[in-house]
Ligand binder design. Structure first.
Ligand code: FES
Ligand SMILES: [Fe+2]
Length: 332
């Protein structure tokens, strides 16, 4: 019988810092849809697990990525959000960087100048079927091989037939793993999600566990918009696909005890499907309530570990294996 991760892994700066380095730096993380980077000079600036990053389209049209951190004294190059820039000008002392990250000029710096070859720190970027990912430590295998059988599973989905239709996010007072585990099992649905439980055949809810991704599906009762598939990919991405809508859901850690769940909605014509939006907000509200209560109990110091249901919680068990493997302290 599988046991859970110890409660001590769900709190504290030390474990969070370890996960920033071993979980979030070493994997491919989704950052933007390619439609957000339409022309040379377009950029998206965002933060992933505390790392500020810029993804931009270079003069040659190729995607490139940088840490949004100036090598002079750590100033930010651009505000978070989207924009267009032919070069990046640091917002602290005005150093100018070419669109490829090379230092063009260090304003009024004097002699000697900045070190030879000074440039922005690169971040590895690649796109898959319109979805742009970054790998912060540059050591992950190429994106296609990293996606592996997850990409095969969605090969027949018409992902290119969807366009962005809006975003929405909500911050939860819990560790990112507390929310991820909630996503990874349907065991709580009849208790926590009454409306969802009425719309799907909960008794036939299926969870299919793969090496680093998990698929959920449940037969709908009556043509509900929830006739779909829910896919999760290590560490923090979920892809919820329905007949005429899709949403991407990211579990973004803002700190050891705070997680932003960020939705990006897609539809065929760019119009937000009100049913999908309403239901995702309702489900998140319900999950937020239970996840925040669970987190308070994990922090209380009573619970150390628990046991997992082999009927319902194999996805959680796999997630725990991946966390344990990734967050082991490096050998001395
Ligand atoms: S920190 Fe960027 S120019 Fe000083
Ligand atoms: Fe849930």
């Amino acid at each position: 019988m599988a046991t859970t991760l110890p409660a001590s892994l769900y709190r504290g700066e030390e474990q969070y810092e370890r996960e920033r380095a071993t979980v979030f730096s070493s994997t491919w993380l989704y950052v933007a849809h390619e439609s957000e980077l339409p022309v040379p000079g377009s950029y998206v600036a965002t933060v992933r697990a505390g790392y500020p990053v810029i993804v931009s389209r270079g003069r040659d049209g190729r995607l490139q990525g940088f840490h949004n951190v100036c090598p002079h004294r750590a100033g930010p190059l651009v505000h978070d959000g989207t924009g267009t820039a032919s070069s990046f000008v640091c917002r602290y002392h005005g150093w100018v960087f070419e669109s490829d990250g090379a230092l063009r000029g260090a304003r009024d710096f004097g002699e000697p100048g900045p070190p030879e070859g000074c440039r922005l720190w690169d971040v590895k970027v690649d796109a898959w079927r319109g979805f742009v990912f970054v790998n912060l430590d540059g050591a992950a295998p190429p994106l296609p091989s990293s996606l592996g059988t997850f990409a095969d599973e969605v090969a027949t989905f018409d992902l290119e037939g969807f366009v962005p239709a809006g975003t929405w996010s909500h911050d939860l007072a819990c560790n990112w793993k507390t929310y991820a585990e909630n996503y990874l099992e349907g065991y709580h649905i009849p208790i926590v999600h009454r409306e969802l439980a009425r719309s799907i055949d909960v008794a036939r809810y299926e969870v299919e566990v793969h090496e680093d991704w998990v698929l959920h599906r449940a037969p709908p009762r009556d043509g509900t918009v929830l006739d779909g598939r829910w896919l999760w990919r290590w560490p923090n991405l979920a892809l919820n696909v329905y007949a005429d809508a899709m949403n991407l859901e990211q579990f973004l850690p803002l700190g050891p005890s705070c997680t932003r769940v960020a939705y990006q909605y897609f539809s065929r014509d760019g119009t937000l499907d009100e049913d999908v939006s309403r239901l995702s907000k309702l489900l998140l509200e319900e999950d937020a309530g239970i996840c925040e209560a669970v987190q308070r109990n994990l922090d209380a110091g009573v619970y150390r570990t628990g046991t997992l249901s082999s009927r319902h919680e194999d996805g959680v068990a796999r997630f725990h294996e991946l966390v344990a493997t990734a967050s082991q302290p490096a050998p001395a």
